[in-house]
Design a protein around this ligand. Structure first.
Ligand SMILES: *Cc1c(COP(=O)(O)O)cnc(C)c1O
Length: 461
């Protein structure tokens, strides 16, 4: 993806890599513009012309929800970090100095939440394979190196570390040969999730060369190819009018023709993204190619923390054949403190949205926290044994036997993340804590060179 700022192109086909390049920004106050500049020195920034021209309501900026999806705000950095960078910029510090400042800030922002790099990594013959993650037995995540960018960057992206100038923070694999080799050896894997970034930033021809090897008869048991994407919001042209849009749809048809389930995990935060005519046209082009679309999004303060927004978004999705899948809690990384909400608040958004929609939209899972031991569903506050407690359960876990067992945390009205919660009823540990600590210890030993068997996901299976 090249043309960052090319005036030859129609305005909706350009990309901006700095907020101050966007012409509409002139409407905002000097202070707001300077603050955006400061934050974008640290956190990744890119926005597509389509978002700027067609999705943002500039009369409402900087409070417009779609504006907030891509344009930074001051409180995305801790006040101290903000001041450090602002001061450096005011005295025109060198690019190198600002980069070093930014790098020191990244380390404090939990770049790989959920202990991913320690716990989800993958080994073959005791050598780590870069660019794959395998946390749950059935599903392998594949990060093709050309896909580790996006048509625009979300301010709240939990994969922000993929987009900063820090190669050692990046998860990426070149080619797909090592993926295929890994899968040949792992009969329990049914799903490959191609993710990033956004794999649809990859040119269609190249993407085909990466994906086609997965369609070999030897990998028949890999029955589902998933793609994670936000291109329907950021660049619906990708599926409609780009010069290689047809080739992309052809690749998708090929996957379906090989009798795979082609699953697109599409990311929408607000109904306005779904309802744009160009997104609608792209959704139908993808469905026509045989893809099954499922949607996911975190609940985000100032963007979609309102049940009406979710109810309308789910209704619009269902009307175009998209199945609501995951409602997430904002993960504990990056600019989380700028977007997070108390868990009870997230849960009321779910409760009040879901009761307004048809059963076909109630496929959205309750607020889910993708945490280190697994995906934890927040079932809400309940009265039990005369106490108000929070009910929880694993939808996915590093040890599949943990799934579906109810467990309880003390009601903490301010808690925003799994790590804030403490066991209820006077217990000192959650039921999974000891076995989880053992898994982590085994992993640490393995990292330091002791031989052990395969990945955690394999051990679990
Ligand atoms: C969410 C997730 C998956 C997929 O989970 P599903 O419930 O099958 O959609 C796979 N791997 C990782 C690391 C995940 O976080």
């Amino acid at each position: 993806m090249s043309p960052l700022l090319n005036r030859e192109l129609p305005a909706e086909d350009v990309w901006y890599s700095r907020p101050e390049q966007v012409p509409q920004i002139q409407r905002l106050s000097d202070d707001v513009r300077f603050e955006m500049q400061v934050v974008s020195e640290v956190m990744p920034f890119r926005v597509s012309g389509h978002v700027v021209e067609n999705l943002i309501d500039w009369d409402k900026a900087p409070d417009d929800p779609i504006f907030r999806i891509t344009f930074p705000r001051r409180n995305m950095l801790e006040p101290r970090a903000f001041d450090l960078v602002a001061t450096a910029m005011k005295r025109s510090a060198s690019q190198g100095e600002v980069r070093r400042l930014a790098a020191s800030i990244y380390r404090q922002l939990n770049p790989h939440p959920g202990d991913q790099t320690l716990l989800n990594s993958v080994f073959a013959d005791d050598v780590e394979i870069e660019g794959l993650q395998h946390k749950y037995g059935e599903t392998v995540l594949y990060f093709p190196s050309e896909g580790q960018t996006c048509h625009s960057f979300c301010t709240f992206c939990f994969r922000w570390a993929q987009f900063v100038h820090e190669p050692d923070l990046r998860i990426a694999m070149s080619g797909s040969e090592q993926l295929v080799e890994y899968l040949l050896d792992r009969p329990q894997v049914t799903d490959v999730l191609i993710t990033g970034g956004d794999p649809f930033v990859i040119k269609s021809r190249r993407l085909r060369s990466l994906v086609e090897p997965l369609l070999t008869p030897e990998l028949e048991r890999v029955s589902t190819i998933r793609f994670g994407t936000k291109a329907l919001t950021f660049r619906p042209q990708r599926f409609l009018s780009d010069s290689d849009a047809g080739e992309l749809l052809e690749l998708l048809r090929l996957i379906v023709a090989r009798q795979k389930h082609l699953a697109l995990m599409v990311h929408f935060n607000h109904w306005r993204e779904v309802e744009h005519p160009r997104a609608v046209a792209a959704i139908h082009a993808l469905r026509d190619a045989g893809a099954v679309l499922r949607s996911q999004s975190p609940v985000l303060r100032g963007i979609n923390d309102d049940p009406e927004i979710w109810a309308r978004m789910w209704r619009s999705q269902v009307s175009h054949g998209i199945a609501p899948y995951y409602m997430f809690v904002a993960r504990d990384t990056g600019a989380k403190s700028s977007f997070d909400l108390p868990l009870v608040r997230v849960w009321t958004v779910y409760r009040d949205a879901v009761r307004q929609v048809s059963g076909l939209a109630r496929t959205a899972r309750r607020p889910v926290m993708s945490a280190s031991p697994g995906k934890v569903e927040f079932l809400g506050p309940v009265e039990a044994a005369g106490e108000r407690v929070f009910a929880l359960r694993f939808l996915q876990a590093r040890d599949p036997t943990w799934c579906n067992r109810l467990f309880f945390a003390r009601a903490d009205e301010d808690a925003t993340w799994f790590g804030d919660l403490k066991p209820a009823f006077g217990e000192d540990k959650f039921f999974f804590e000891e076995p989880f600590a053992e898994l982590v210890a085994a992993r640490r030993r393995r990292r330091s060179g002791e031989p052990a068997s395969r990945s955690l996901a394999d051990q679990d299976a």
